[in-house]
Design a protein around this ligand. Structure first.
Ligand code: CP
Length: 307
């Protein structure tokens, strides 16, 4: 049975993740070639519906659908009838009536793509919902690690920062655990969701302990508005205690990969030296994002019975 929507990685099997990563490997060959075009989505239409800002996710989905021959369009909520008060469900129904096959949505409310998926005929892809999930980001992170290291089984992966508000952290916890990694999350107690260890991951406040002997060190973006909410005292102090500089990175394995979903606050979650060092694969993550999104669009639009 084929999946109709991609709303998160919670409950997605290892076999399914592997299929997407394998397909992304094929798609990557297309995007690095001189002829970035395959006919897989010819006759299909794809719409990006973003209620929040984005550079990487939105642009890579747009390029992915164009490279695959789809009719594609963007709808930014602020410039649409959403600004006049149209509901999410009515917006979805409107897109449905225009014959859209796939809606890619980012929304500040956790669960918004799940709601939309219950009211439209189109496939829905979650491009980030509130503090819940960002499945394609985690898929491209896993793809990048697998490409560099052959797989995730037994890898020690340290994920540092604002875990509480991070949909990237949650999707990676589900996905990377399924793929056999050993996950260490660290950050200020105020930015750590209670009960996160129930996902079968290590949770703590000691960045050095999390990074020690790690195969992968990933920083998470700190949203500056969290400081105004009193969740950490100052950006400078955050960088001092939780930022990843070269001294912290030295504790990891010599060839540890440095990752970040972007956008990076240089000098806060990662020093500029760390972000740009030889071990950094942050730019490759962006390139792999296009390949992963092509693989996801391919998976959702294939002609097989859906669930
Ligand atoms: N990583 C990520 O989701 O980046 P954008 O907000 O630029 O899409």
């Amino acid at each position: 049975m084929k999946r109709k929507h991609l709303l998160g990685l919670h409950g997605v099997s290892r076999e399914e993740i592997e299929k997407i990563l394998n397909q992304a490997a094929f798609m990557k060959k297309v995007i690095v070639s001189d002829h970035k075009r395959i006919p897989t989505l010819q006759g299909k239409s794809v719409v990006t519906l973003f209620y929040e800002n984005s550079t990487r996710t939105r642009m890579s989905f747009e390029l992915a659908s164009k490279y695959m021959g789809a009719a594609s369009a963007n709808m930014s909520a602020s410039a649409s009838s959403v600004a006049k008060g149209e509901t999410l469900v009515d917006t979805g129904a409107t897109l449905d009536m225009m014959g859209v096959d796939v809606i890619i949505m980012r929304h500040p409310m956790s669960g918004a793509p799940h709601l939309l998926s219950q009211h439209v005929n189109a496939s829905v892809v979650n491009a980030g919902d509130g503090m819940n999930e960002h499945p394609t980001q985690a898929l491209l992170d896993m793809y990048t690690i697998r490409e560099k290291r052959g797989g995730l089984d037994g890898m020690k992966i340290a994920i540092i920062g604002d875990v509480l508000h991070s949909r990237v952290a949650r999707s990676n916890a589900y996905g990377m655990k399924t793929m056999g990694a050993d996950l260490y999350f660290a950050g200020p107690s105020t930015l750590m969701p209670p009960g996160f260890d129930h996902l079968g991951v290590h949770v703590g406040n000691d960045v050095r302990a999390a990074v020690e002997n790690a195969d992968v060190v990933m920083g998470l973006r700190i949203q500056r508005e969290r400081q105004k909410a009193g969740l950490f005292p100052s950006v400078r102090e955050y960088a001092h205690f939780f930022g990843i500089d070269m001294n912290v990175l030295k504790l990891a394995k010599k060839d540890a990969l440095v990752m970040h979903p972007g956008p990076v606050n240089r000098g806060v979650e990662l020093s500029s030296f760390t972000a740009d060092c030889e071990q950094s694969v942050i730019r490759e993550q962006v390139q792999n994002g296009v390949a992963i999104r092509m693989a996801v669009l391919d998976m959702l639009t294939r002609k097989e019975q859906t669930r």
